[in-house]
Design a protein around this ligand. Structure first.
Ligand code: SF4
Ligand code: F3S
Ligand code: FES
Length: 248
């Protein structure tokens, strides 16, 4: 069973662009990325789109479908009615390179600002020991495919370009939290999260969690526990006194 679907796709580059209307064949079992590929093959050979795995695992095909941040390869055409016009636009938070392809280098800049795992100095490889419960806690965060849909969605930067300097976004605050929860990591991640990565700007709207294709509980399992650690340090009278005495 196939039908002619109505699509509206954003075309343009960093100097500007507009939505263009297309009618494209849709077949049973297809996803939005199939339609984009058919559009390239039949009507718009120069349409730019980034993709790799077509299996929801490489995180390349992030875009917005009817205004909602989604993976093009994991969005089934069957969730739309045949008469609906489907609008496909690039991620809004990052600068457009061309058509559906955005420049996501902001994310790599933020990733590089996180100091890597720092095990105790006297521990040799092979001597690392940790509880299974600690392994499992960070396992969830390791499912991240770096699609940056959470980064694209978070209003702290989506609506405020000026916050990009001080805010690393949910994906990287989650990485800081993951390292902080690691029992063998010796770095001080609490102050880093607050001072270098802007944890205080997150007001727990949970929009990041809602769009994560890996269903990672970013807010509940990473951001809120991290905020609690910051609060503990700030309001614990012994920690406060220690800071006063030793951190002048
Ligand atoms: Fe994508 Fe989820 Fe990773 Fe964010 S946390 S980059 S939404 S997989
Ligand atoms: Fe942004 Fe997620 Fe916090 S959407 S405000 S990082 S809960
Ligand atoms: Fe790899 Fe969509 S093409 S996640």
């Amino acid at each position: 069973m196939s039908y002619q679907g109505q699509f509206r796709v954003w075309r343009g580059d960093d100097t500007g662009g507009a939505l263009e209307d297309f009618t494209v064949e849709v077949n049973e079992g297809e996803v939005v990325l199939d339609i984009i590929h058919r559009l390239q093959a039949t009507q718009a050979p120069d349409l730019a789109v980034r993709w790799n795995c077509k299996a929801g695992k490489c995180g390349s095909c992030s875009a917005e479908i009817n205004g909602k941040p989604r993976l093009l390869c994991m969005t089934r055409m069957s969730i739309f009615s045949e008469s609906e016009t489907i609008t496909v636009t690039p991620m809004r938070t990052f600068p457009v390179i061309r058509d559906l392809v955005t420049d996501v280098s902001y994310n790599y800049t933020k990733a590089r600002q996180i100091p890597s795992f720092q095990p105790p100095k006297d521990l040799a490889p092979g001597e690392y020991r940790m509880q299974q419960v600690d392994v499992e806690r960070s396992q969830e965060f390791r499912k991240c495919i770096e699609c940056f849909l959470c980064q694209n969605t978070c209003h702290v930067i989506r609506d405020h370009e000026e916050n990009k300097e001080s805010f690393s976004g949910p994906r990287f605050l989650m990485r800081v939290a993951e390292l902080e929860m690691h029992p063998l990591d010796t770095a001080d991640r609490v102050d880093q999260a607050q001072e270098s990565h802007g944890l205080g700007l997150c007001n727990i709207t949970k929009c990041c969690t809602e769009v994560c294709p890996e269903h990672i509980q970013i807010t509940d399992n990473a951001l809120i526990p991290m905020k609690e650690r910051v609060a503990d340090r700030k309001y614990d009278p012994i920690v406060w006194l220690g800071n006063k005495l030793f951190r002048r």
